[in-house]
Design a binder for this molecule. Structure first.
Ligand code: ZN
Ligand code: ZN
Ligand code: ZN
Length: 363
């Protein structure tokens, strides 16, 4: 974040001796002539307008005022002698400075009624234009404080959790039952009655594939279709091709009776974000062969330019006849499949569900 100065505004202070509100630049109460003590803080005026007077601005930028170590009177940072008691100010301590006094108050404030004579005065006035009495502080809008974020409601209700656990439990019981049933096998002798097989080959092709990235990350062999400006990063300092984003202005106590209106800014740096195409291998077609003989073959597709063969898949089935019904067995690969001949006899391990778990030659 960069702190940017918007300008300078007047502050005020309230005399602890008589309660009169005084201009920030006044070092002595205009009502009772008491000096402002160092522990009496400056406050915001009801409506802040930026100071145009160069001399005042220079005063605000000179550093916080100092309090005379002998009589306590406030003096400018540049003063060498106390304006009240002429004491030397080299040992004087500076006022606290830099603290936030509030959000910048630009809005006009309503008129205030004099509590003494009842006549109306501008909200910015310190004393009644009719009778000279001190005016009460006008109401000013409080700066908005960010509200804590609402937390999302917690979890599911107990009832729905109960149902969920119930379903899960039933599922586990069913799984165990299936495992028990399918693990019990019996051996029967079967005869090979027939087979089937299916082989397949994927054809891949070089196809232009669309992607998006920052211009400096586009691959060299890619073709750029279009680019647009997007925010690439946010940084605290200004940069070329950036947009300044600033927060709400607020006022700081400079310790001089004047406030510095500042705002925190950051910079959104823009860059080219591009859509491009690049050639990449993608699935194009699947060619398959099926048969019901004992000699499986692989498809042999003719490839066009920019095409290549991809993944190969195979599936085999052997059909047995045993005890008056048909059983299906699925060999893992071609090696196992070639062990079966038409009419050969095998011992089948069959579970309660009628699935063939394993086969061995019946010798
Ligand atoms: Zn006073
Ligand atoms: Zn003094
Ligand atoms: Zn009055």
């Amino acid at each position: 974040m960069t702190k940017k100065t918007v300008g300078y505004v007047h502050l005020e202070w309230e005399c602890p001796a008589c309660g009169t509100r005084n201009k920030g630049v006044d070092k002595i109460c205009r009502n009772c002539s008491a000096a402002q003590p160092d522990d009496v803080q400056f406050e915001q005026v009801a409506q802040e307008s930026l100071i145009q007077d160069e001399k005042l601005i220079a005063q605000a930028a000179a550093g916080p005022d100092v309090h005379c170590p002998f009589c306590g009177t406030r003096n400018a940072a540049t003063a060498t002698q106390c304006s009240q008691c002429l004491a030397d100010l080299t040992e004087a301590s500076a006022r606290e400075a830099g603290q936030v006094v509030g959000a910048h108050q630009k809005k006009a404030v309503p008129d205030v009624a004099c509590t003494h004579c009842g006549s109306m005065n501008p909200g910015t006035a310190l004393q009644c234009s009719q009778c000279g009495a001190a005016l009460p502080k006008p109401d000013r809008p409080k700066p908005a404080t960010p509200r804590p974020q609402m937390r999302p409601a917690r979890g599911r209700s107990r009832a729905s959790r109960f149902v969920l656990f119930g379903i899960l439990g039933l599922f586990v019981v069913a799984c165990i039952a299936v495992m028990i049933i399918s693990s019990r096998t019996e051996e029967i002798v079967g005869e090979v009655q027939g087979v089937s097989w299916e082989t397949a080959v994927l054809i891949e092709a070089l196809i232009p594939v669309e992607s998006e990235t920052w211009l400096d990350r586009v691959p060299n062999d890619a073709e750029i279709l279009s680019c647009r400006q997007e925010v690439r990063r946010t940084q605290p300092n200004p940069a070329p091709n950036s947009v300044e984003v600033c927060g709400t202005p607020y006022t700081l106590d400079t310790g001089t009776g004047l406030g510095e209106v500042v705002q925190d800014c950051e910079y959104q740096v823009y860059d080219d974000y591009c859509t491009f195409t690049q050639l990449a291998w993608r699935e194009f077609d699947l060619v398959s062969l099926t048969g019901d003989d004992f000699e499986p073959r692989w498809p042999d597709p003719t490839l066009a330019q920019d095409q290549r063969l991809g993944e190969e898949t195979e599936a085999y089935e052997v059909y047995f006849w045993a005890d008056g019904r048909s059983y299906t067995y699925r060999p893992r690969d071609l090696n196992e499949f070639t062990e079966f001949d038409d009419g050969s006899r095998w011992i089948l391990e069959v579970n309660a569900l009628g699935n063939v778990r394993a086969v061995t030659p019946d010798r």
